[in-house]
Design a protein around this ligand. Structure first.
Ligand SMILES: *[C@@H]1O[C@H](CO)[C@@H](O)[C@H](O)[C@H]1NC(C)=O
Length: 213
């Protein structure tokens, strides 16, 4: 029911992205500006639209056929990603926008760092959902509400991942710090597997279908 009313709105996510990945091994940092060079579509076909000067902007679209998504061509072991995003406006209930890092999922023991944004009805706040997987184990969810309307302007959403901690930030404000407590005997921390950067826009009610694409 909720779904059919959503489709009367033009569901569109516009992302303008700045990715800075610091590779710990070489101590080099570089910016990624061109989506054609550094990213590839994961699903949604023509719904992934690259545009702007130097192909620096990417729009993800969601319609009754499918959502859409993309990922980095490279994998990274530790890094920081800053993504400037503008979310679906108006009635965005049922939409899920994701920014996450993940290692190869087919291994069954994959690592993942999730930063997800759940839409809401007009005028109500988006929910931020965070989670961490290590060796295929998750259940480390924490949720927050966004304190501004993320559909009005671009804001910067960041994941910092290093051997000591994982940090989720919004416009440089740390929302959550997830520490590596292996010195205290707790071994739950993604630290061995390289991960790609992923982003997607999809419809939660239809999650089972979308995830296979
Ligand atoms: C929508 O807004 C309501 C009221 O503020 C809040 O309780 C709820 O968690 C929000 N739902 C989502 C999915 O963000």
């Amino acid at each position: 029911m909720g779904m059919s009313s959503n489709w009367q709105h033009k569901l569109m996510l516009v992302l303008q992205i700045v990715v800075v990945v610091a590779l710990m091994a070489s101590n080099t940092a570089y910016g990624v500006g061109n989506f054609h060079n550094d990213f590839e579509s994961t699903f949604g076909g023509h719904r992934v639209q690259i545009s702007g000067p130097g192909n620096s902007q990417l729009a993800l679209n969601l319609d009754e056929g499918s959502g859409s998504g993309f990922r980095s061509k490279k994998e990274y072991l530790y890094g920081r990603i800053d993504m400037q995003m503008k979310f679906v406006a108006g009635n965005s209930a049922g939409t899920v926008t994701t920014l996450y890092l993940s290692s190869e999922q087919s291994t069954g023991v994959h690592d993942e760092i999730d930063f997800e944004f759940l839409g809401n009805v007009t005028g109500q706040p988006y929910t931020i959902h965070t989670n961490v997987y290590s060796q295929g184990q998750g259940n480390r969810e924490q949720q927050f509400h966004l304190w501004f309307d993320p559909s009005k302007n671009f804001h910067t959403y960041s994941i910092v991942w290093n051997p000591k901690l994982i940090m989720f930030l919004v416009d440089e404000t740390p929302l959550r710090v997830f520490r590596n407590y292996e010195n205290h005997g707790i071994t739950f921390f993604p630290k061995n597997q390289r991960q790609r950067v992923y982003a997607s826009l999809w419809e939660a009610d239809d999650w089972a279908n979308k995830v296979e694409q």
